[in-house]
Design a protein around this ligand. Structure first.
Ligand code: KG4
Ligand code: ZN
Length: 346
């Protein structure tokens, strides 16, 4: 069976082709970064229009790269939420039209569930890693921080962010520091040259709960930038003074520490058999290294996603759709609706 995946929840237009075993045959990602860069963030209306323009070409390219025809597809998986409603509607409507026209099933995929299983996908052409339940998942992106337990038939939320997502914090700080958008990759690079222990930032906690909070850290960091008269005028990331370099490294360290310490608490409370990291922030070098070291120390296998599957992509949507289809009970095409809000586990 050939699975067609479509992702348009935010600012990447992506189409992927997988085989029935979950091998990625193609994964085309058309980024809208340039369209949004001058606004310092994603503009919903701009995103929806760009998806409309880019989707047909991305579909063609994905089919060609996988060397399959549209008629070969046996299943369509399209992101149905959460995300920008106008953006979601473009990909989901295209998926519905394809499924309807070809008389094949459509799975409306939860974008976060897509991230959740992305750590099991392998490079192009290779079979995915086997999934043993239960496992724990940490999804960290521009919109989310979710720690969950994944059982065979359900996802149990354990902690989520009460305010900013970690990727959002990276993006806001980079913008205010004049380092452009998106902020994660550039701060990641700068931090590798800095001292993360020089400016210890407090890591936010929400009373009596395991939830994350990153807005206090963001505010503290903004204040540090202000003190140094850094006002958002463009800076060259390759030529920062050592103080700012260390400041950014310390900011990243605080985010990584918050995430890993919460994983550690959950492990102490209920035992983690395996941990799957995912989402755009899963590309972060320090987070990957620190979590791997934590896993090695505690005898917990840590699955790190291939970097190409960390930021938004349709391969993970096709994969999550295929897994859902295998579990059965896929509703009729007409019943699948786009949802801007769709918490994991609901
Ligand atoms: O998963 P994603 O593509 O979109 C959402 O679903 O939100 O994640 C994008 C986020 C952005 O905030 C970006 O700054 C962050 O992932 N990101 C990183 C890195 N690469 C991307 N954050 C930290 N380190 C990175 N290397
Ligand atoms: Zn995402």
């Amino acid at each position: 069976m050939i699975v067609l995946g479509i992702e348009t929840s935010c600012d990447e237009t992506s189409v992927a082709v997988l085989d029935g075993e979950g091998r990625v045959l193609s994964n085309v990602i058309s980024s809208q970064l340039l369209a949004h860069a001058r606004y310092g963030g994603v503009v919903p209306e701009v995103a929806a229009r760009a998806h409309l323009e880019n989707l047909p070409a991305a579909l063609e390219e994905a089919l060609t790269a996988a060397d399959v025809r549209l008629e070969d597809a046996g299943l369509v998986a399209a992101t149905a939420g959460p995300g920008l409603i106008g953006a979601l509607l473009v990909g989901l409507s295209a998926g519905k039209a394809l499924a309807w026209a070809r008389g094949i099933p459509l799975v409306g995929v939860n974008h976060l569930e897509g991230h959740l299983f992305s750590a099991f996908l392998r490079p192009s052409g290779e079979a995915p890693l086997p999934i043993a339940y239960p496992f724990h998942g940490l999804v960290v992106s521009g919109g989310h921080a979710e720690l969950v337990r994944v059982e065979k038939d359900r996802v149990v939320p354990l902690a989520r962010t009460r305010d900013d997502a970690p990727g959002e914090a990276f993006d806001k700080i980079a913008r205010r520091a004049g380092l452009g958008y998106p902020g994660g990759p550039v701060i990641d690079r700068i931090a590798s040259r800095g001292r993360g222990d020089r400016f210890p930032f407090p890591v936010g906690r929400v009373d009596g709960s395991r939830d994350f909070s990153f807005s206090g850290l963001k505010t503290a960091m903004l204040r540090e930038l202000q003190k140094r008269r850094i006002d958002g005028s463009p800076l060259d990331p390759e030529n920062l003074d050592s103080e700012l370099t260390d400041l950014l490294a310390s900011f990243q360290r605080a985010i990584v520490t918050a995430l890993v310490s919460r994983v550690d608490e959950v492990h102490a409370a209920e035992g983690i058999r395996a941990l799957a990291l995912s989402g755009g922030v899963a590309a972060n070098t320090e987070l990957r290294a620190t979590l791997s070291a934590w896993g090695a120390e505690h005898g917990v296998p840590v699955r790190l996603p291939e970097r190409s599957y960390t930021t938004d992509n349709a391969a993970m949507i096709a994969w999550a759709g295929l897994l859902r289809h295998r579990r059965g009970a896929v509703p009729p095409v007409a019943e699948v609706q786009a949802r801007s809000r769709w918490p994991l586990g609901s």
